[in-house]
Design a protein around this ligand. Structure first.
Ligand code: FRU
Length: 494
C-alpha cells in the first residue's frame, strides 16, 4: 500500500527515465532517474549489497519537495536502479524527506532514518518549517513510515539547539547499541553536531555534543558523519557560509575532515582540520564500512552555488562522485577511488621519462572515460615553472589542470570548457612535491573529472560540460619537465 505521492513519483520516474539514453549518462557514476538529485543518503550495507539513496525531486531539474531515490550495487561501479523509496506524504514530513542514513536491523529489515520537515506557526504567527528525525522500515525496496514518528524532535535538543535547523541523522551500531550524529544550529547561528543513542533504533536519548563550528569553520554544519579510521576518529561536516581565508577552504558551502581522538567519556578532541575536496563540485559526503572493512565515502558531485545555473536542455541534474576509500597517512585523511574500478581498465598505455618542453601530444593518450596517472618532476639540473595538462580538448575547448611549481599550487580551470554561463570555473590549492615529484591521477567519466593528488593526499572534483567529441589530452611545460604516464580506458560492457 503506497501513498498517492509515492505512486506518482514511481510512475513518473519509470516513464520519464527512458527519455535519457545510456550515452547521455555517465558510464560509472550514479545519476537520478530523472529530474534533480542532491545529497547521498543511506549509503550502507544491506543483505550483502551496498545501497545508496539520494535527495530527489523527479519532476524538475531544480530542488523541490524531497523524496528519496534509490540504487544498489555489488561493486560500486555497476548500479541497479530501484523504485523511489520514500515521498513527503505524512504530516511529519509533508515539506520534504531531507537527508539521512540507513542500517540493517537484526530481524533482516532495513531502517531509514531521515529528517522530516513539517510546517508550524511561530510566536509571530508566521508559517515556519520545523525539522525532526523520522524512521521508515522496509525490505530493501518498499518502506513504511514508523507509526510513532518523529522519533527525535525539538523537545530532545540540548539547551541552545534549534528545531528549525535540526537535520541529517547518520546512524551506526556499536556494541549492540545504535548511535546517531545530527546537525543543529545553536543560538549564535553556528553549527553543532549532537550525538544520540538508542537500544532499538526507535527510542532515542541525547548523549553529548561532539563538536561545534563556533562560527569559525562556516556557520551551520550539515550532513555529519562520525567514525573510527586507522586508530583515529573522524568527524565529517559540510559547513555553510565559509568565508575563504587562504587556499584551504573556498567561500560558500565546503566540506571538512576533522581528525581527532575520542576520549573514553565520548568527548571528541580535535587534532586537525582539512578540506575534503579542493575542486568545484563536491558536497555532503557520507560513508559506509564495506563488507571487508574499508571505509568508503561518496559525495554529491555538485555544489549549491553553481547548481541553479544549469546547462540548457538538461533532463536530469546531479551526479554522485565515484566511491572513495579513506585512510589516514601522516596525520591526514586521504582518499582514493575504490579498487573495484581497476577490473574495468583496458587498453593500457605507458610512457616513461617523456621530456616535456612546450606542448606534447602522445599517441593513444586521449579519451573521456579514462583512468590516467601522471608523475612529473624536473629534468635533472633543469627546471620548469608551469606544467599543464589539458583534457577534454578540441579546436575550441579545453579544461586545464596546471601545476605552478614556484607557488606550489595546483589550479583547475574549466572556464573554456564550453559552459555558457560565468559561474565558478576555477580553483587553486596548495600542493607539495614528494621527493621532487607531483603525482596526478585523473578519473574521468564523460562530463566529470575527479583528480587525486599524491596518491590521495588531496582530491579536486569538477563537472566539465564539453561535448563528448572533445577527447584530446596534451601536456605543456615551460621549461624541462620529465613525465611518467599510465593510462587506461574504462569499459563496462556486459
Ligand atoms: C545539504 C542539505 C541537507 C538537507 C538537504 C535537503 O545539501 O541542505 O542539510 O537535509 O540538503 O535537500
Amino acid at each position: 500500500m503506497f501513498s498517492e505521492k509515492l505512486e506518482k513519483a514511481r510512475k513518473y520516474e519509470a516513464e520519464k527515465m527512458t527519455e535519457v539514453s545510456a550515452e547521455e549518462r555517465p558510464d560509472f557514476h550514479v545519476t537520478g532517474g530523472i529530474g534533480w538529485i542532491n545529497d547521498p543518503n543511506g549509503f550502507s550495507v544491506y543483505k550483502g549489497e551496498y545501497h545508496l539513496f539520494y535527495q530527489y525531486h523527479p519532476y524538475t531539474t531544480q530542488w523541490g519537495p524531497m523524496h528519496w531515490g534509490h540504487v544498489k550495487t555489488k561493486d560500486f561501479v555497476k548500479w541497479e536502479r530501484l523504485p523511489v523509496a520514500i515521498a513527503p506524504d505524512e504530516k511529519f514530513d509533508e515539506k520534504g524527506c531531507f537527508s539521512g542514513s540507513a542500517i540493517e536491523l537484526p530481524d533482516g529489515k532495513q531502517l531509514l532514518m531521515y529528517t522530516g520537515v513539517s510546517e508550524t506557526i511561530n510566536k509571530s504567527g508566521e508559517k515556519i518549517d520545523v525539522q525532526q528525525q523520522c524512521i521508515a522500515i522496509g525490505d530493501g525496496t518498499n518502506y513504511e513510515k514508523y507509526e510513532n514518528n518523529p522519533v527525535i524532535d525539538g523537545a530532545m535538543l540540548p539547551a541552545g539547539g534549534n528545531r528549525y535547523d535540526f537535520r541529517d541523522p547518520k546512524i551506526w551500531k556499536e556494541n549492540e547499541k545504535y548511535y546517531a550524529v545530527i546537525a543543529t544550529r545553536m543560538e549564535d547561528g553556528s553549527g553543532a553536531i549532537l550525538k544520540y543513542e538508542s537500544e532499538d533504533g526507535l527510542h532515542w536519548n541525547y548523549v553529548l555534543t561532539i563538536d561545534r563550528s563556533a562560527n569559525e569553520l562556516g556557520r551551520m554544519w550539515e550532513c555529519p558523519d562520525y567514525f573510527a579510521l586507522d586508530n583515529k576518529q573522524v568527524l565529517i561536516v559540510s559547513p555553510q557560509e565559509i568565508p575563504a581565508s587562504d587556499l584551504e577552504f573556498h567561500a560558500g558551502n565546503g566540506t571538512a575532515f576533522i581528525l581527532g581522538e575520542e576520549q573514553e567519556s565520548g568527548e571528541f578532541v580535535r587534532e586537525s582540520i582539512k578540506a575534503i575536496d579542493y575542486g568545484i563540485d563536491f558536497y555532503a559526503p557520507q560513508t559506509l564500512e564495506t563488507l571487508d572493512g574499508r571505509r568508503v565515502m561518496i559525495g554529491w558531485m555538485q555544489n549549491w552555488t553553481t547548481s541553479n545555473c544549469q546547462k540548457p536542455g538538461q533532463k536530469y541534474f546531479g551526479e554522485m562522485t565515484f566511491p572513495r576509500e579513506l585512510f589516514v597517512k601522516n596525520g591526514c585523511v586521504c582518499q582514493k577511488p575504490v579498487e573495484e574500478i581497476e577490473s574495468y581498465r583496458c587498453n593500457k598505455v605507458t610512457y616513461r621519462s617523456v621530456k616535456v618542453n612546450g606542448e606534447v601530444i602522445l599517441p593513444e593518450v586521449s579519451g573521456r572515460v579514462i583512468d590516467m596517472t601522471v608523475k612529473v618532476k624536473a629534468a635533472e639540473t633543469e627546471k620548469f615553472s608551469n606544467f599543464t595538462v589539458d583534457i577534454a580538448k578540441d579546436d575550441k575547448f579545453t579544461t586545464t589542470v596546471r601545476y605552478e611549481r614556484d607557488r606550489q599550487i595546483l589550479c583547475i580551470d574549466r572556464s573554456r570548457c564550453g559552459f555558457p554561463n560565468d559561474i565558478v570555473h576555477m580553483r587553486e590549492f596548495k600542493v607539495q612535491e614528494k621527493d621532487g615529484v607531483i603525482t596526478l591521477r585523473f578519473l574521468m567519466d564523460k562530463h566529470s573529472l575527479e583528480l587525486f593528488v599524491n596518491d590521495g593526499e588531496q582530491a579536486a572534483t569538477m563537472m566539465l560540460y564539453t561535448e563528448l567529441s572533445a577527447t584530446g589530452i596534451s601536456f605543456t611545460a615551460d621549461g624541462n619537465a620529465l613525465m611518467d604516464l599510465e593510462k587506461y580506458d574504462l569499459k563496462f560492457e556486459e
